[in-house]
Design a protein around this ligand. Structure first.
Ligand SMILES: [Zn+2]
Length: 189
């Protein structure tokens, strides 16, 4: 499965707008801080749980996961949460990925639940949502309008405290979409 170019672009655009509410394009984006402090999420029944590693009930290889139900519950492994607090790049990406689910998918899941309250629906995310969350999370961590053709992963890692993988992926997506004629010169807000 692959996202359409247009969908990829729209996800990056939406993430850029969301990012700019909280951080300047020159600044690092702290997704964990946003998860913990962004009040509208609380109002919408969002809860965050940190689970001791020895009590982890998710998949063994999972760092965190989100569950859509009457409320939206986000579960973190304690060690992942702690590392994200300390700015660990890959754990911060996990936070950005979960934030992406919250911004992209929680509303849809909740409205489905309210329309069909008696029906069992999948409370966990699906593979397409996983891909969308990864694109969105990358664009939260790295502001695409700040990217240039000659940007390097080294610069991006230093400025935004992202992993090599996230930096490389953002550059690949930037170059790919730019070649296809998309522009990231979004209006400054
Ligand atoms: Zn996910």
């Amino acid at each position: 499965m692959k996202l359409l170019d247009n969908n990829m672009f729209r996800l990056i655009q939406a993430a850029t707008i969301s990012r700019r509410v909280r951080s300047a394009d020159t600044e690092r984006f702290d997704a964990l801080r946003v998860l913990e402090t962004w009040v509208p999420y609380r109002d919408a029944g969002f809860e965050l749980f940190v689970i001791d590693d020895s009590d982890w009930h998710g998949e063994p290889d999972e760092d965190a996961y989100i569950n859509f139900d009457r409320s939206t519950k986000l579960f973190f492994r304690q060690s992942v949460y702690d590392a994200a607090l300390n700015g660990d790049p890959s754990c911060q990406f996990t936070c950005a990925h979960e934030l992406a689910h919250l911004e992209l998918h929680a509303k849809i899941a909740r409205s489905k639940l309210s329309r069909e309250p008696h029906k069992k629906i999948a409370h966990r995310t699906n593979p397409k949502q996983e891909m969308e969350a990864n694109v969105y999370a990358g664009a939260l961590q790295i502001p695409f309008p700040a990217l240039r053709k000659d940007s390097t992963t080294w610069e991006l890692r230093l400025q935004y405290r992202v992993s090599q993988e996230v930096a490389q992926k953002a550059l690949d997506q930037y170059n790919y979409l730019t070649r296809k004629g998309f522009s990231f010169e979004f209006r400054k807000v």
